[in-house]
Unconditional design. Structure first.
Length: 253
């Protein structure tokens, strides 16, 4: 059993504020929790260093043209590392977990349409040696999505056709570090400061990307999770939940 990591009231208050706005300035957070900006920075550094807190950028796959979400259950025989590597390497697999039950692994897939979903699963079965068979569930409508790592849908967010190369380059950087300063982003991109600042503000303002805090629940609240009404049994909570990174955010598409 994983030992529980104890958060005090101020740690939790900082985390709650970062969940609402992962780019909130340290001084503003400090005012609301009764600490100085330096004290907030120190607490965030400690939590991040201990592997408990991570501030990430979330991109709704639909913004990038991935309108279909599906789940695949895989039956597999072979080295676990090979299966893990194969699922992790595929850019359209947004979540993967080793499971106990009717299937050896389940994964969530972002796809452009139903044909693309079927093609992704077929290619996984063909390229990962040891996958014996699989089953696909197409998600028609999401009734409830209660997870600290799920992007909030935004009706105002532009579609990929409206995003240019600079927007996509910014998204790649901001997914990993949404608290990056405009100067840091300017240094990483071949674009003037004023343009980087304007584009970054627009991406967050219209909901194309959202900054939030992720907490390792295995450390803070050890639990075992199970899915109801599906053919697999209990699974351990992943160390970082499914949308901690938008695997469908294009790196070369």
């Amino acid at each position: 059993m994983t030992q529980r990591y104890e958060l005090d009231a101020q740690d939790q208050a900082i985390i709650d504020l970062l969940r609402e706005d992962g780019r909130s300035p340290l001084a503003r957070i400090g005012q609301q929790v009764g600490l100085s900006a330096d004290a907030v920075r120190a607490r965030m550094s400690r939590l991040a260093g201990d592997g408990v807190l991570r501030v990430i950028g979330l991109v709704d796959p639909a913004v990038l043209g991935y309108d279909v979400l599906g789940t695949a259950g895989l039956r597999y025989r072979g080295p676990v590392d090979r299966l893990r590597a194969g699922l992790s390497a595929h850019p359209q697999v947004t979540f993967a977990a080793q499971t106990v039950g009717a299937y050896d692994a389940v994964c969530e897939i972002g796809a452009r349409d139903d044909a693309d979903l079927a093609d992704v699963v077929w290619r996984l079965a063909e390229t990962i040696d040891g996958v014996r068979d699989y089953e696909i569930w197409r998600q028609l409508d999401v009734v409830k999505w209660e997870s600290q790592g799920r992007p909030r849908r935004s009706a105002s967010a532009p579609r990929r056709a409206d995003l240019d190369d600079l927007d996509l380059a910014l998204l790649r950087l901001l997914v990993d570090n949404p608290r990056a300063s405009y100067r840091e982003l300017e240094a990483a991109l071949d674009a003037p400061y004023w343009m980087v600042r304007k584009r970054t503000q627009a991406l967050f303002r219209d909901g194309t990307i959202q900054a939030t805090a992720m907490v390792d629940r295995v450390s803070t609240d050890p639990v075992t999770m199970a899915s109801s009404g599906s053919p697999w049994a209990a699974r351990r909570t992943p160390r970082w939940p499914p949308w901690s990174r938008c695997r469908t955010c294009p790196s070369s598409r």
